[in-house]
Each structure stands twice: as structure tokens, then as C-alpha cells.
Design a protein around this ligand. Structure first.
Ligand code: CFM
Length: 539
């Protein structure tokens, strides 16, 4: 069958009923850079149609698992049936390191109100209060975040009232999050709800000043596989003070103090852009899109930071770190590139990595032939310039938009209007901007939003890429088709992949995967003659 992406696109949707075919067609585009600088419009952040096997997760997953999960000393208490807590427990490989053995780390615990039928019928607020008390007595945390699961919204338990009451009683910061799984079309809604929760309840509570010269927050970096550790070290070597990270390896206090920084670096735009915007409005901290995935990308990001602070000494230190690190990167890259040049990759993951990881593949000469997000919005694909024209649909209206105004005492613009204008004029800075995935892709590649299982199979059969990047739900089905699958959520058992050292790890792992033939020798169960258990039983 033809590999022309336009033909393939028609083939992927051909099996669907007419209405669904139309909808899915609008969620698939072939990349093209138009003369006016625009890229094709892609439908995204819309509901997955019933019957489709999606890669997506729920709103609760985005709020509890993604944004709050990596904070080690905010006690995460899930109000709901035990499964919601259990399946969000230690599955994301977000790592943390306490400064000493006695410092709190609640990440190892799976805390739930364990709702039963009785609570669904008669209400669960009493049980929630008891659970908060019990958790407090056991752990004495500074803060407790209560997460609502689907039944909580359905029966109308008021987690916010319980949080207020218990906060007054126990004298610690307790707050609720209305992040029921069904509240949005994907985990993306949960990110927004969590950003609002952080902003309303934590950011700005600690005024401790720092006299460091270059103070930043790293937003949208979750320390998967130790990525955050690598970046912390790079910042330290460059002399950049990292006040907080949202939220990899983070603490309650660091977040409460984050408004004292002078620049917000936004790594994963999808999950954290709301906090960046709100912090700029309230405190005057500008934000800048960065990418630490890829060695060249890391070097570029560090230079952008130095440029923002306009300091010769910082620029010099940054160059020194880049030079030292790049020597090792180049040695590995040259070997790996020679073995991987021209091979092909597909990336279908999340709301930012399907873009960022293309950089790493490019750095070793591999080509991304198809990519897409599970839950990205149009700005993540096409760039933030589309934002003013976006229509807010009923599902997005479901999520609270906070009204943020400059703080009367604490608003302090970090840059003069002239400096801001200059930074905004430099397109490579992506100052308060994100250009999105498609502008960095070559023409004539497939971009597919919320890829389905059926479409995955057809893509693999048609293109037979050298590697497919996705998550655990896809991994084994892909490998049974003879193609290696790299998990870009958890990194399988590997990582870190961020920064210079991370790039070296990634190059080596990908080299092993694309040059190892083992999966092509697999006979999938549906082609083998091995009898199924029920066939054996029937014999
Ligand atoms: Fe951002 Fe993430 Fe991602 Fe994400 Fe995620 Fe993740 Fe992801 Mo899995 S915050 S959007 S909700 S970069 S858990 S660390 S890997 S889907 S691409």
C-alpha cells in the first residue's frame, strides 16, 4: 500500500462509520509549512468517541498523578474507591530525594478514603474527615491535598468544605481539588485544575528572600527517571538558583516561595502554562518556553537563560558547562549516529514529549515520520498564536478560569517594557510563547491527535517504523507486531533522558533498540498455531 501520508490518512479512517470518519479526519493532518508561516489546523482536546480504544487517561490522573504526585511532602489523600488511589500509586517513575533520612516523603504511601457502597448512598464526608484526621496523626504533614474521584462528584460530597473545616481544626494547609475523572475530556483538564489549586493554595505563601542573582523556577518538569536531578546539577554548575520545580523533586516550601524567582522556565507547556501565566499576572514573573530534551536543545536553552539575565559572567559559565558536556555527548553521538542514521520513529505520547523527543531523534539522524499527542491542544500543535481564535467549548467551560490581578504589594515587573519588547522580538527565545510541534517538523509527515489502537496497528503495518514511542498500554501490542516500543512516559526502566547526560543515555538506549532484531523474530499469538486455553479445554 502507498506510503503517501495523504493516502494513509484516508486508509486509517476508512473503517469508521461516516460521522466518526469525519471527526477523526479532522484530528489528522499532513504537515506543511505555508507561506504565511502557518501550519494546518488540527482538531484536538475534544472528547474521544465511545468505542475507540484511546491512549488517554482521566482528569483525576492529570491532577493527582501528574502535577501533585511528584511533591513529596504534600500528603495526597484520594477521596474515592481504593482502585483510583492504587492505580495512581508509584506508576509514573517520578523520583525524589529527601535531604536527610527523617525529612518527610509521602510518595511511597497510597492514601485513600476507600469509599464503599454505604458511603456512596449516605455520603462520604464523615469518612473523609476521619481520614484527614488519621493521616494528620500519623504523618503530621504541612499540607494535605484532597483529590476527588468520579463518585465524589456524582454524589455531591463537598471536599472543599471538609478541607476548610479540617484546616481550621488541625491548623495546617488543607485544600480540596474537584478533579473528578470525568470533569474534562482527558488528563489535560486535571492539569488545569491542579494549576489553579497550586495557585490558590500554595504559591506566594512564603516570603523568604534570596539574594542570588539568577533566580528561576522550572515549570513542567516532573523528574521522571531522574531527569530533574540532572537539570538541578546543570543549574548549580551554571550558578543559577533554582527556587522551585513544578513539581519534580519538589517540596511544599519551595512552591510556597516560588514567587520570589525572576524567571519561569516552562518545560512542558501543556501541563503548566496556566501557572506560568497566572504567576506573571499576579507577581510579574515572565515565562519562557524551554526544552532540555536533547543535547543541542539543552545548550540552546542555557544560552536563552543567559541572554534573559543579560550577564556576561553567567554567559561565560554557561558556555563553559556546554563545552565540557558537549565533548562527551559528541563522542557517543558520532558512534550512535553512524548506526541509526536514516532510521524512522513514530511518537505518540502525552501533551509535550511527542514534540520534545523528536529533537533527540534528529540529533542522531533519525526521522520522525508520524507523531501526535494524546491530549494536546491546538496551541501545542500549531503554536500559541492560534489561542485568540480558539472557541471555548462546553467541556472546557467546565473548568474554572481564575481571575488574576496584579498583587497590590508584591507585583514587581522583572523586566522593563523595552527589555520585554526586545525579548519578544527574538523568535528563538519563545518568550511567553510556544511555537508548537508542527513548525519544527518536516513537510509531509503525519500528525494525529488522540491516536486510536486501530490506527496504531494500521500505521505500523503500513510504515514499519524502526521504533514506536508510546506507553505501557501500547507497548506489548506493538512489540508483538515485531517493532520495538520505547515508553516515553516512564522511560521503561531507563533514564534520565534530560540534559546532556540524559541525551547520552537516550542515544545508547535507542541504538540498542533499533539495531536489535529480536522483535522481528516474534510470531504474534494471532499468527501462531498455539492453542488458546479455551481451545485446549474444548479438545
Ligand atoms: Fe507534560 Fe509530562 Fe507530557 Fe504530561 Fe503525562 Fe508524563 Fe507525558 Mo505520561 S506532564 S504532557 S500528563 S511532559 S505523565 S511527565 S509522560 S503523558 S508527554
Amino acid at each position: 500500500m502507498s506510503k503517501d501520508p495523504r493516502v494513509v490518512k484516508d486508509e486509517l479512517v476508512q473503517i469508521y462509520p461516516k460521522k466518526l470518519r469525519q471527526k477523526r479526519s479532522e484530528q489528522m493532518v499532513v504537515t506543511e509549512h505555508r507561506e504565511d508561516g502557518s501550519v494546518p489546523v488540527i482538531k484536538s482536546n475534544v472528547r474521544t468517541s465511545p468505542g475507540i480504544i484511546t491512549q488517554r487517561g482521566c482528569t483525576y490522573a492529570g491532577c493527582k498523578g501528574v502535577i501533585f504526585g511528584p511533591t513529596r511532602d504534600i500528603l495526597n489523600l484520594v477521596h474515592g474507591p481504593i482502585g483510583c488511589s492504587f492505580y495512581a500509586w508509584l506508576t509514573r517513575r517520578n523520583q525524589t530525594r529527601t535531604p536527610n533520612e527523617t525529612a518527610p516523603n509521602f510518595m511511597n504511601y497510597c492514601l485513600s478514603t476507600d469509599m464503599q457502597e454505604e458511603n456512596i448512598v449516605f455520603g462520604g464526608e464523615k469518612k473523609l474527615k476521619l481520614a484527614v484526621k488519621e493521616a494528620y496523626e500519623l504523618f503530621h504533614p504541612k499540607s494535605i491535598a484532597i483529590f476527588s474521584t468520579c463518585p465524589v462528584g456524582l454524589i455531591g460530597d463537598d471536599v472543599h468544605a471538609v478541607a476548610r473545616e479540617m484546616s481550621a481544626e488541625l491548623g495546617i494547609n488543607i485544600f480540596g481539588l474537584s478533579c473528578e475523572g470525568y470533569r474534562g475530556v482527558s488528563q489535560s483538564a486535571g492539569h488545569h485544575i491542579a494549576n489553579n489549586g497550586l495557585f490558590k493554595n500554595i504559591i506566594g505563601l512564603d516570603e523568604t528572600p534570596h539574594d542570588d542573582k539568577f533566580k528561576i523556577n522550572l515549570l513542567g518538569e516532573y523528574n521522571i527517571g531522574g531527569d530533574g536531578f540532572v537539570l538541578e546539577e546543570i543549574f548549580k554548575r551554571c550558578g543559577i538558583k533554582q527556587i522551585s520545580t513544578f513539581s519534580g523533586n519538589s517540596t511544599y516550601d519551595s512552591m510556597a516561595n516560588s514567587h520570589t524567582a525572576d524567571l519561569n522556565l516552562v518545560m512542558c507547556h501543556r501541563s503548566i502554562n496556566y501557572a506560568a501565566e497566572m504567576m506573571e499576572k499576579k507577581f510579574g514573573i515572565p515565562w519562557m518556553k524551554v526544552n532540555f530534551i536533547g543535547a543541542d536543545a539543552t545548550a540552546k536553552t542555557l544560552r536563552k537563560i543567559a541572554q534573559y539575565f543579560e550577564d556576561a559572567e553567567l554567559a561565560e559559565r554557561v558556555e563553559q558547562v556546554i563545552a565540557e558536556e558537549m565533548a562527551t555527548v559528541e563522542a557517543t553521538r558520532a558512534v550512535v549516529k553512524a548506526r541509526c542514521q536514516g532510521k524512522t520513529a513514530m511518537l505518540f505520547v502525552g501533551g509535550s514529549r511527542a514534540h520534545h523527543y523528536q529533537t533527540l531523534f534528529t540529533e542522531i539522524g533519525m526521522k520522525t515520520i508520524a507523531a501526535g499527542y494524546e491530549f494536546g491542544h491546538r496551541d501545542d500543535y500549531e503554536g500559541r498564536n492560534v489561542l485568540p481564535g480558539l472557541k471555548v467549548d462546553a467541556d472546557s467551560r467546565n473548568i474554572e478560569e481564575l481571575t488574576v490581578v496584579p498583587d497590590p504589594e508584591r507585583y514587581r515587573p522583572r523586566r522593563t517594557p523595552d527589555q520585554v519588547a526586545k525579548l519578544e522580538g527574538l523568535s528563538e527565545m519563545e518568550f511567553r510563547d510556544y511555537i508548537g510541534m508542527m513548525k519544527e517538523m518536516e513537510d509531509d509527515q503525519l500528525v494525529i491527535d488522540d491516536l486510536s489502537h486501530h490506527e496504531t496497528e494500521r500505521l505500523l503495518e503500513i510504515y514499519k517504523p524502526d521504533i514506536f514511542c508510546a506507553g505501557i498500554k501500547e507497548k506489548y501490542a506493538v512489540q508483538k507486531m515485531g517493532i520495538p516500543c520505547k515508553q516515553l512516559h516512564s522511560y521503561d526502566y531507563g533514564g534520565p533522558y534530560a540534559g546532556f547526560r540524559g541525551a547520552i543515555n537516550f542515544f545508547n538506549d535507542i541504538d540498542r533498540m533499533v539495531n536489535m532484531k529480536i522483535w522481528s523474530y516474534v510470531t504474534p499469538p494471532w499468527q501462531s498455531k498455539t492453542k488458546l486455553p479455551e481451545e485446549v479445554a474444548a479438545d
